[in-house]
Design a protein around this ligand. Structure first.
Ligand code: URA
Length: 299
């Protein structure tokens, strides 16, 4: 068992092109790719230049499956294909302790739910529904294949995204691109990337729940238009936005949740992985799990 685990791990790391851990030299290198290999990766690392694995390595251990009752919730979209095997954790229709509904919110949500892509992106760019509009350079709607099977959801734009108007174009984005490459995917090719909030929170603070709630109709409309077969929540705020509940990533990993009929997988945010490279192997496990779910939905 130990041998199998270690050979799986080695194979996975090799297939991701994961040689050395890339250790950043101090804060000044945070926004550059100047990196220093310090040791071989026992714990994994989506190294710079990692290549797509030819085949998905088997998981060392089966993922945890959680039985939960199916909540009755109107489907945002009918899933393209029947949901795969395994018990599901259904997001409740409303969050316990969620912020009280804002007056006119449901009318706004209904209006957004009817927008086409162009109107949706214009609406996002002009949005003033929360305080995040006050200090943004620009809103960042999303990027990628509008008919993607994979939809990744991050937290919110950072400084570079705010500047360029595209999600995940900073250092975390480069790691995300490597994570996608390890799956044989690429930004814009069968992947759509969006954020829970479309405007940069000042000083990259975590978005407030009210800000996430104000932006959720946009995310829901993006999901409805893309109709992905799988949603991947990158980090806690994204997971909480998609699942309408408080959760810890460590507890939610390896489980199959749903947002209105679409499977949701939760993993670490790439920015967290840059700070905690020892957890990159867990993120790879999560991506393997996601890819397996994706294969199940195709059956
Ligand atoms: N982090 C995010 O969550 N989203 C981005 O677009 C960039 C960094």
């Amino acid at each position: 068992m130990v041998a199998r685990m270690s050979s799986w791990r080695d194979a996975a790391l090799r297939e991701m092109g994961l040689g050395p851990i890339w250790h950043l030299r101090g804060r000044e290198s945070e926004h550059s790719l100047v990196a220093e290999p310090i040791r071989s990766v026992a714990a994994g690392g989506f190294g710079i230049g990692c290549t797509a694995p030819p085949a998905l390595p088997p998981m060392a251990e089966p993922p945890v499956r959680v039985s939960a009752p199916q909540a009755s919730q109107p489907a945002l979209v009918p899933p393209r294909v029947p949901a795969g095997a395994g018990a599901r954790v259904q997001a409740p229709a409303t969050a316990e302790g969620a912020p009280p509904p804002v007056a006119g919110r449901s009318e706004r949500a209904a209006r957004i739910a009817a927008l086409d892509w162009d109107a949706l992106e214009s609406d996002i760019r002009a949005c003033q529904a929360c305080v995040l509009c006050e200090r943004r350079k620009q809103a960042v709607p999303g990027v990628g294949d509008r008919q993607a099977n994979w939809m990744l959801v991050g937290e919110g734009p950072g400084a570079e995204e705010d500047q360029r108007g595209e999600p995940f174009v900073g250092q975390a984005g480069r790691l995300l691109d490597n994570m996608l490459a390890a799956l044989g995917l690429a930004r814009g090719r069968d992947v759509y990337i969006a954020n829970a909030v479309k405007c940069r929170p000042p000083h990259n603070r975590t978005p407030e729940r009210s800000e996430v709630a104000a932006c959720l109709p946009y995310l829901d409309r993006q999901i409805e238009l893309v109709q992905p077969r799988l949603l991947v929540a990158l980090g806690r705020p994204a997971a909480q936005a998609l699942l309408d509940r408080e959760l810890a990533i460590s507890a939610a990993r390896g489980k199959r949740f749903e947002r209105r009929g679409i499977p949701v997988v939760v993993t670490y945010h790439p920015a967290y992985l840059l700070r905690n490279p020892q957890d990159k192997a867990k993120a790879w496990e999560d991506l393997c799990f996601a890819r397996r779910l994706m294969a199940e939905t195709a059956r």
